[in-house]
Design a protein around this ligand. Structure first.
Ligand code: ZN
Ligand code: ZN
Length: 416
C-alpha cells in the first residue's frame, strides 16, 4: 500500500468515526431505549406476537381472533369457520363455531361466562359443528351462564335454527341426563333467537351499545346470512359463506373490517382435492366465492381491511390465491390463518399471529356454584348398579384425604 493510499484510508476511517460519533450523540436517547429493549433481563417493550390473556383491550379497541379459517375437511392446521370479536366494553361475540375451533377458543383463556353469545351465518357443519362441544363441554369449562344463540330461519321451519337447536337438545339427551341433576347446569341452558333470513339490514341484537344487523347471503339454500356489528364507531362485517351479492356490497361498504369467504381457485380444487373440472367450477365459483370474485367484492366495498378466509392457507396455495385476489383488488388485505389477531381502533389496524399455550386449563368459575337440581337426576337401573365395584379399601382413603383437607364428611355412593 502506498503512502497516499494509506492516508486516504486513514482519512476515510476518521470521517467514519466522526459520523458515527455524531450519530450516537444525536440518537443517544433512542439508542439507550433500544439497548434497554435488547437487555437480557428486561422485557421487550414491543412484542409482535399476541399471547392470549396477556394484553389489556383499550376502551375504544376491538380485537378479532381468527379461530377457524379452513374448510369442512378437517386438518390440524386449520379449524372450520369461527371468529371471536372482543370489544373494549367487555362484550365478546362468536361468529360461527365450526368443527375444530373449540380448542382454539379455549386457548384464548377467556372465562366461559363471558363466551355466551354465538351467531351462526348458516347451518353447515363447518360453521356450527363445534356448538355441542362448546355448549355442553362449556359446563365442564365452568360456564354457569346460559348460552345464547342467534341464527337464521330457513325456507321452511324444519330448515331453521330453532328447529336445529331443538333437535340438538334431543340428540344430546343422554349427555344432558348425566349432568343436569349432578352439577350446577345453568351453563347447559340454551337460549335460541331465530330471525328471518330475508331481513335486509335488520337489527337482530341491540345491547350495551352494540348493534348487530343481518343481511341475506346467497349460499346453499335459503337461510344463509351475513352479519354487521357496529360499536363505538367501528364496523365489523362477517360474511360467513356467500357468493358475491348485492346486500353485502351495499351494507358492508366502507367497513373497518370486512370478512368474506375466499375459496380455493378451481384449479387447486382439481389438483389438490380431486374434484373434476366442472365440479370445481361449480363449487369454486357458483357455490363459493373464488379469489378473483372476492377481490371484486372488496374493490366495491373498500373496507379499511379486507379479510379472506375459507381456504387451506399453505406456502404453495397462498401465493396463488393472493395473486388472483390482486387481479381485482389492490386495497389492504389479510388472508386469514388460525390464530391470526386483528387489533382495530379508529386510527390503526394491527395484524399479528398468536403464540398459544397448549397446556391450557379451564378458567375458575366466576360465580358461586349452586347445588345441582337433583330432581333432574336420572338414577342407574338396579342392573347397572349391581355391576359397580366400590373397592372401599381403595376409595375410602381418597374420601378420607378430601374430608381431612376440607373438614367434610362425604361418603362414596358405591360402598361395596
Ligand atoms: Zn357453507
Ligand atoms: Zn363454509
Amino acid at each position: 500500500m502506498s503512502r497516499r493510499s494509506l492516508r486516504v484510508a486513514a482519512t476515510g476511517l476518521s470521517l467514519l468515526a466522526l459520523l458515527g460519533l455524531a450519530y450516537l450523540l444525536g440518537r443517544s436517547d433512542s439508542m439507550t431505549a433500544e439497548a434497554r429493549a435488547a437487555s437480557p433481563v428486561e422485557a421487550l417493550a414491543e412484542r409482535d406476537v399476541y399471547y392470549p390473556g396477556s394484553e389489556d383491550l383499550g376502551p375504544d379497541e376491538m380485537r378479532i381472533v381468527a379461530l377457524g379459517t379452513g374448510m369442512p375437511s378437517a386438518r390440524p392446521k386449520q379449524a372450520a369457520a369461527c371468529f371471536l370479536v372482543e370489544l373494549g366494553n367487555g362484550d365478546k361475540f362468536l361468529f360461527d363455531i365450526g368443527s375444530g375451533c373449540h380448542e382454539r377458543l379455549a386457548a384464548q383463556k377467556i372465562p366461559y361466562d363471558f363466551l355466551d353469545k354465538v351467531f351462526f351465518g348458516h347451518l353447515h357443519v363447518d360453521h356450527m359443528g363445534d356448538l355441542p362441544t362448546f355448549w355442553l363441554g362449556g359446563t365442564t369449562m365452568n360456564r354457569l351462564t346460559p348460552l345464547r344463540v342467534w341464527g337464521p330461519s330457513g325456507g321452511t321451519p324444519e330448515l331453521g335454527t330453532q328447529h336445529a337447536m331443538e333437535l340438538m337438545k334431543q340428540m344430546y339427551a343422554w349427555d344432558i341426563g348425566t349432568r343436569s341433576g349432578v352439577i350446577d347446569f345453568r351453563g347447559g341452558e340454551l337460549e335460541v333467537h331465530e330471525f328471518p333470513f330475508d331481513g335486509v339490514n335488520e337489527v337482530i341484537f341491540d345491547e350495551n351499545d352494540v348493534v348487530i344487523r343481518s343481511i341475506p347471503a346467497v349460499h346453499g339454500l335459503d337461510g344463509a346470512v351475513s352479519f354487521i356489528l357496529e360499536w363505538n364507531g367501528l364496523t365489523f362485517v362477517y360474511g360467513s359463506d356467500t357468493l358475491p351479492n348485492k346486500w353485502y356490497i351495499e351494507h358492508a361498504k366502507g367497513a373497518d373490517i370486512a370478512i368474506h369467504e375466499c375459496f380455493l381457485p378451481p384449479t387447486l380444487l382439481v389438483t389438490k382435492q380431486g374434484f373434476d373440472p366442472l365440479e370445481a367450477l361449480n363449487v369454486g365459483t357458483q357455490g363459493h366465492t373464488s379469489p378473483e370474485q372476492f377481490g371484486k367484492v372488496m374493490s366495491l366495498v373498500e373496507p379499511r381491511l379486507a379479510i379472506g378466509y375459507h381456504f387451506f392457507n399453505d406456502f404453495d396455495t397462498e401465493p396463488d390465491v393472493r395473486s388472483r385476489v390482486r387481479k381485482t383488488y389492490d386495497g389492504p388485505l389479510a388472508l386469514a390463518m388460525d390464530y391470526m389477531v386483528f387489533n382495530v381502533t379508529r386510527d390503526d389496524i394491527r395484524v399479528r399471529m398468536s403464540a398459544i399455550d397448549e397446556e391450557v386449563w379451564p378458567s375458575p368459575p366466576l360465580k358461586a356454584k349452586l347445588p345441582p337440581d337433583t330432581a333432574n337426576a336420572i338414577p342407574f337401573s338396579e342392573f347397572t348398579k349391581s355391576g359397580a365395584l366400590g373397592f372401599p379399601e381403595v376409595v375410602g382413603p381418597i374420601y378420607d384425604e378430601i374430608n381431612e383437607i376440607y373438614g367434610t364428611d362425604y361418603e362414596p355412593v358405591f360402598k361395596e
